[in-house]
Design a protein. Structure first.
Length: 106
Protein backbone atom coordinates (compact mmCIF):
# COMPACT_ATOMS: atom_id res chain seq x y z
CA UNK A 1 0.00 0.00 0.00
CA UNK A 2 1.45 3.37 -0.97
CA UNK A 3 2.06 5.83 1.82
CA UNK A 4 1.25 9.46 1.23
CA UNK A 5 3.85 12.01 2.13
CA UNK A 6 2.78 14.51 4.70
CA UNK A 7 2.93 18.18 3.70
CA UNK A 8 6.23 19.92 4.32
CA UNK A 9 6.63 21.10 7.87
CA UNK A 10 4.56 18.22 9.17
CA UNK A 11 6.79 15.29 8.24
CA UNK A 12 8.35 13.35 11.07
CA UNK A 13 11.13 10.81 11.01
CA UNK A 14 10.98 8.70 14.14
CA UNK A 15 14.08 6.60 13.62
CA UNK A 16 16.00 5.78 16.79
CA UNK A 17 19.16 5.66 14.67
CA UNK A 18 18.96 9.43 14.22
CA UNK A 19 19.05 10.16 17.95
CA UNK A 20 22.36 10.87 19.61
CA UNK A 21 23.54 7.91 21.67
CA UNK A 22 21.75 5.26 19.61
CA UNK A 23 23.54 2.88 17.22
CA UNK A 24 26.85 4.66 17.81
CA UNK A 25 28.83 1.59 16.75
CA UNK A 26 27.13 1.65 13.33
CA UNK A 27 27.58 5.41 12.93
CA UNK A 28 31.25 5.15 13.90
CA UNK A 29 31.77 2.39 11.34
CA UNK A 30 30.10 4.32 8.53
CA UNK A 31 32.16 7.45 9.20
CA UNK A 32 35.35 5.40 9.65
CA UNK A 33 34.75 3.78 6.26
CA UNK A 34 34.22 7.21 4.68
CA UNK A 35 37.39 8.42 6.41
CA UNK A 36 39.37 5.50 5.04
CA UNK A 37 38.09 6.11 1.52
CA UNK A 38 38.87 9.84 1.74
CA UNK A 39 42.44 9.08 2.85
CA UNK A 40 43.01 6.57 0.04
CA UNK A 41 41.47 8.79 -2.63
CA UNK A 42 43.36 11.83 -1.36
CA UNK A 43 46.64 9.93 -1.38
CA UNK A 44 46.01 8.71 -4.92
CA UNK A 45 45.17 12.20 -6.16
CA UNK A 46 48.19 13.70 -4.42
CA UNK A 47 50.49 11.08 -5.97
CA UNK A 48 48.91 11.57 -9.40
CA UNK A 49 49.26 15.35 -9.08
CA UNK A 50 52.94 15.02 -8.21
CA UNK A 51 53.41 12.90 -11.34
CA UNK A 52 51.19 14.73 -13.88
CA UNK A 53 50.64 18.24 -12.41
CA UNK A 54 47.05 18.46 -13.67
CA UNK A 55 44.89 21.08 -11.99
CA UNK A 56 41.91 18.80 -11.30
CA UNK A 57 44.18 16.43 -9.35
CA UNK A 58 45.36 19.26 -7.11
CA UNK A 59 41.74 20.34 -6.53
CA UNK A 60 40.74 16.75 -5.75
CA UNK A 61 43.65 16.44 -3.31
CA UNK A 62 42.53 19.54 -1.43
CA UNK A 63 38.90 18.39 -1.38
CA UNK A 64 39.82 14.94 -0.10
CA UNK A 65 42.06 16.48 2.55
CA UNK A 66 39.12 18.60 3.73
CA UNK A 67 36.85 15.53 3.68
CA UNK A 68 39.45 13.61 5.69
CA UNK A 69 39.39 16.29 8.39
CA UNK A 70 35.59 16.39 8.33
CA UNK A 71 35.21 12.63 8.70
CA UNK A 72 37.91 12.46 11.37
CA UNK A 73 35.82 14.87 13.44
CA UNK A 74 32.73 12.69 12.96
CA UNK A 75 34.58 9.53 13.99
CA UNK A 76 35.98 11.30 17.07
CA UNK A 77 32.49 12.54 17.98
CA UNK A 78 31.03 9.04 17.79
CA UNK A 79 33.93 7.58 19.81
CA UNK A 80 33.31 10.21 22.49
CA UNK A 81 29.63 9.29 22.48
CA UNK A 82 30.51 5.60 22.88
CA UNK A 83 32.77 6.38 25.85
CA UNK A 84 30.35 8.80 27.52
CA UNK A 85 29.13 7.39 30.82
CA UNK A 86 25.49 6.47 30.72
CA UNK A 87 23.20 6.85 33.71
CA UNK A 88 22.84 3.57 35.52
CA UNK A 89 19.63 1.82 34.75
CA UNK A 90 17.56 1.39 37.91
CA UNK A 91 17.07 -2.25 38.80
CA UNK A 92 13.80 -3.75 37.80
CA UNK A 93 11.39 -3.66 40.73
CA UNK A 94 10.79 -7.04 42.26
CA UNK A 95 7.26 -7.59 43.39
CA UNK A 96 6.85 -8.96 46.88
CA UNK A 97 5.07 -12.28 46.98
CA UNK A 98 1.43 -12.05 47.86
CA UNK A 99 0.73 -12.81 51.52
CA UNK A 100 -0.60 -16.24 52.18
CA UNK A 101 -4.10 -15.93 53.47
CA UNK A 102 -5.05 -17.63 56.70
CA UNK A 103 -7.68 -19.67 54.87
CA UNK A 104 -5.12 -21.31 52.61
CA UNK A 105 -2.62 -21.84 55.44
CA UNK A 106 -5.07 -23.90 57.49
Amino acid sequence: MARRLQPLGRMTLDLELLNCGNCEELKTGVHAAALGLAVVMGAYNAAAWLRRREAHLAINTVLYAALTLWEQQHVAHHFRELRRPRPAQPPMPVEAPAPISAELAA
